[in-house]
Design a protein around this ligand. Structure first.
Ligand SMILES: Cc1ncc(COP(=O)(O)O)c(C=O)c1O
Length: 387
């Protein structure tokens, strides 16, 4: 049984029902196992919990700016993990990566200007530009044999004189594609030719599944040796890797430090300060979380295999092998179900609906739960798509 191979650290998970969990409340009271929104069911690492406890013991939770250890902890993490050298003063804290994206739409584009993004994509990439009065320019990725790749012709055809930004999701949610250095350099050249600023959302960059087995490593876009990389803004957070989304703490990194001065004013008073527990957790995760992270990746690799085996056995379902994230993006268009999401819910699994990512006919499945639960999810997936 798959369960017998599981790291005890990830064999069980706290019951999240009744805690206000967005993931678990969606189908509360129904026999539907949620496997949608991108948080994990696992408890955060002890090193992070200890840091939070220490901060709680201090007892004062007043308005909090970036504590002195925050930017250096991120800088050391980026250097150690990705070989990217940054200065701490290139960093500002943000209450979330989505919030950071929303700020860049207002900071670097005007009303009616365009923002390019590859689709399918994490839904806020599609919804935030119109909410800011900007145009979202969708460039579909190509579905190659076992990987989603960039369609350069479509990309060239999509740009207009009013296009100002390129929102890159790197690694890519939902496909799990890790863009390689030649692709990133070509994006930089494209951005240079058209005068675009690249905003690189690298929230998934610490969950590359094969890097310890000879697979791709993460190359931070802004670490490239290219002018357009040098004026990019990178958005990072510890929230996906160490399961801290509810603590609302992320960071924006750019050499264009003058932009950071305009950052909070651009929010028009709507961007709150970050809470002290979020800072404490982020710093501890970046400084001390790597052992836990590596054990997690081993579990997620095993989970990916379980999902791929199940999908391969179900006629009509296909999916490329994700290289990063704990998400699997499944093409159900040949499975004979008019509404695959409804079929999944009827079979008792709460997947994400591909139409929210701009691709109806697909579902996204989150594997970050104890193995026993994933096995049950996969039984139900098979039930949803068995003839
Ligand atoms: C690509 C991507 N960016 C941003 C987020 C959310 O970031 P935050 O919770 O920091 O706003 C997610 C969450 O799934 C994501 O997948």
């Amino acid at each position: 049984m798959p369960g017998s191979q599981v790291d005890p650290l990830f064999a069980t998970a706290p019951d999240r029902r009744g805690t206000g969990s967005e993931k678990w409340d969606r189908w509360a009271g129904h026999d539907v196992i949620p496997t949608w929104v991108a948080d994990m069911d696992f408890a955060a690492p002890e090193v992070v919990l200890d840091a939070i406890r220490d901060r709680v013991a201090h007892g004062v939770f007043g308005y909090t700016d970036m504590p002195p250890g925050f930017a250096p902890a991120l800088a050391e993490h980026l250097e150690r993990r990705h070989g990217w050298t940054i200065e701490p003063d290139w960093v500002t804290s943000v209450p979330g990566v989505v919030n950071g994206l929303a700020i860049t739409a207002r900071l670097l584009a005007g009303a009616g200007d365009g923002i390019i993004t590859f689709t399918p994509v994490y839904p806020p990439f599609l919804s935030l530009p119109p909410l800011a009065g900007r145009e979202c320019i969708r460039v579909p990725l190509s579905q190659a044999a076992n990987r989603w790749t960039i369609d350069w012709d479509r990309l060239e055809a999509s740009v207009t004189p009013r296009t100002k930004l390129f929102w890159l999701c790197h690694p890519h949610n939902p496909t799990g594609t890790v863009f390689r250095e030649p692709d990133l350099l070509r994006i930089a050249e494209f951005a240079a030719r058209h005068g675009l600023t690249v905003i690189s959302d690298e929230i998934w960059s610490d969950l590359l599944l094969d890097e310890e087995h000879g697979g791709p490593r993460h190359v931070p876009f802004a670490s490239l040796d290219h002018d357009k990389a040098h004026n990019a803004i990178t958005l990072v957070a510890p929230s996906k890797t160490w399961n801290l989304a509810g603590l609302g703490c992320a960071a924006a990194v750019t050499r264009e430090v003058s932009l950071l001065k305009k950052w909070r004013p651009t929010g028009g008073g709507l961007v709150p300060m970050i809470n002290p527990l979020g800072y404490a957790a982020a710093e501890a995760a970046w400084r001390h979380g790597d052992h836990w992270r590596r054990r997690l990746v081993a579990v997620l690799r095993r989970h990916r295999e379980l999902v791929l085996e199940t999908v391969a056995a179900l006629p009509g379902l296909t999916c490329a092998t994700p290289e990063a994230t704990y998400l699997v993006w499944i093409d159900c268009r040949q499975a004979g179900r008019a509404d695959p999401q409804a079929a999944c819910e009827a079979a008792g699994i709460g997947t994400s609906d591909g139409k929210d990512f701009g691709f109806p006919g697909f579902i996204r499945l989150n594997t970050a739960c104890p193995t026993d639960r994933l096995v049950e999810i996969l039984h139900r997936l098979a039930r949803a798509f068995s003839q």
